[in-house]
Design a protein around this ligand. Structure first.
Ligand code: SAJ
Length: 432
């Protein structure tokens, strides 16, 4: 069995290490964080992922997975480190570079180096290969270099790592084949072979496809507000066409993938990537669009009490990275006219820099409840609680998830359907 050294024990690296270890490979996992290494060597995991603690415990106990702060000699090196984004929206590939440099002293001829981190197009050719060359190896002959982008969804990582189709792109056809064969030993899905730059671009285009389509839905929501149309009805009807799949409008696009990856393409081809940049701009404009509606709704109230519900970038997770809800909360909090209460049942106090309260406390005496995330708790919102506790029962559902209907006692506005939006009037309470 080959020995694999996995560099970076985060959301992707650790599950990848665990899956290969379970299949019988000898794995050494490497991380610069000593705490991660110490805990892993005791069979413990510090990231949350369904099924991961059990698998890690088992493979560590079996001696198939151990952790270290430094790489060591192996047959295969898998690099799964983060590629954060700089202030100017360009990719920071420093961790990929430092991981490659850390591996180089342990390289032997015939080794395989695979980068799983999401990277801008041409990174394998223009950054990774030159580092290998500088170290005295021929990256097209002595060692085999490939990109194999991760494509898993949090919460399903252990399943998707095995079942999803994988794309492997090497610097040479031989590198591609050797790297693809590594995955074929654990992946039940297809393993597709291509060149490095095509693999890089494919990964980025998957998330860009989604981002551009969401931008189209968000633009439709704005057009619908202008023209008095219900965008949700339009989407439902248009999607009955066999070749149409309109996405859904919302308060913006978050997460560490869709809101980031498109910029990696823009960075490399700014003059051509016009639609990709515009889509980012449209999606980035949605928090302000939500705030505009909050301002319109509360224009007649002296000190409106607002309940902001949901902080994560999508429903039923505890991840607030790039979340548009956080931007909305921060901007609403910055407006001294608003009396704000914030609630998210999936977030712990230490994750955010503002106070969180229970749902009941948030809506108690509120003039407006704004739903910013489609958690199951909000899909099942109890109308009676809102009617009993809110001062003026008005809901602004930016995810179209609550299932609450507009009726005499309850006013419901949705982001794709803002027809008839009127300022809340305390002198004519809606339900009293
Ligand atoms: N969203 C909308 N409207 C929609 C769909 C989504 O506003 O119609 C928003 C969500 O609310 C959220 C954001 O888009 O804020 C992103 O959510 P997501 O579920 O589409 O994606 P991620 O970022 O959690 O995961 C994506 C996945 N990529 C694709 O589905 C093409 C996943 O498979 C990738 O592994 C992951 O990015 C990644 O790591 O690149």
């Amino acid at each position: 069995m080959q020995k694999i050294c996995v560099v970076g024990l985060g959301y992707i690296g650790l599950p990848t290490a665990a899956v290969f270890a379970r299949a019988g490979f000898d794995i050494v996992g490497v991380d610069v964080n000593k705490q991660v290494v110490e805990r892993l060597n005791k069979g413990e995991v510090i990231i949350e992922e369904v099924g991961l603690p059990e698998v890690v415990k088992e493979v560590v106990a079996a001696g198939k997975l151990r952790a270290s702060v430094a790489p060591e000699a192996a047959d295969v090196f898998i690099i799964a480190v983060p590629t954060p984004i700089h202030e100017d929206c360009t990719a920071n590939v420093e961790y990929v570079k430092s991981a490659t440099k850390a591996v180089i002293p342990h390289l032997k001829e015939g080794n395989i180096i695979i980068v799983e981190s999401t990277i801008p197009p041409r990174t394998m050719d223009d950054i990774v290969a030159p580092l290998i060359r500088e170290a005295g190896f021929d990256p097209e002959k002595d060692v085999h270099i490939a990109h194999c982008p991760e494509r898993v969804l949090p919460g399903r990582i252990l399943i998707e790592l095995v079942e999803n189709t994988r794309i492997v792109g090497g610097l040479t056809p031989e590198a591609t084949k050797k790297a693809a064969d590594v995955y074929r030993q654990v992946v039940t899905g297809e393993v597709l072979e291509t060149e490095a730059v095509t693999a890089e671009m494919s990964k980025l285009m998957e998330n860009t496809f989604r981002d551009v389509n969401i931008a189209l839905a968000n633009e439709l929501a704005k057009i619908s507000a202008r023209l008095g149309v219900d965008a949700h009805k339009v989407i439902e009807l248009a999607n009955r066409h066999p070749r149409v799949n309109l996405h859904h409008p919302g308060p913006g696009v978050g997460g560490h993938c869709l809101a980031v990856d498109p910029y990696f393409i823009v960075e490399k081809a700014p003059q051509e990537a016009l639609m990709i940049q515009l889509s980012r701009d449209i999606n980035n404009s949605m928090p302000d669009f939500v705030i505009e509606q909050i301002i319109k709704l509360t224009a007649e109230l002296k000190e409106p009490k607002i309940a902001l519900c949901g902080l994560t970038y999508k429903g039923n997770i505890d991840d607030v990275r790039e979340s548009p809800a956080i931007e909305i909360v921060q901007k609403v909090l910055a407006n001294p006219r608003f009396d704000v209460r914030i609630h998210d049942p999936h977030i712990r106090a230490e994750q955010v820099p503002f106070e969180l309260v229970s749902f009941e406390e948030a809506v108690q005496g509120a003039n407006l409840a704004v739903i910013l995330t489609d958690h199951n708790e909000f899909k099942a919102l109890n109308k009676q609680t809102l009617l009993a506790q809110m001062e003026t029962p008005v809901v602004f559902d930016t995810k179209n998830c609550t299932g609450l209907e507009q009726e005499e006692s309850l006013t419901v506005h949705r982001i794709g359907d803002l027809t008839g939006l009127q300022a809340i009037s305390i002198s004519k309470p809606i339900n009293k």
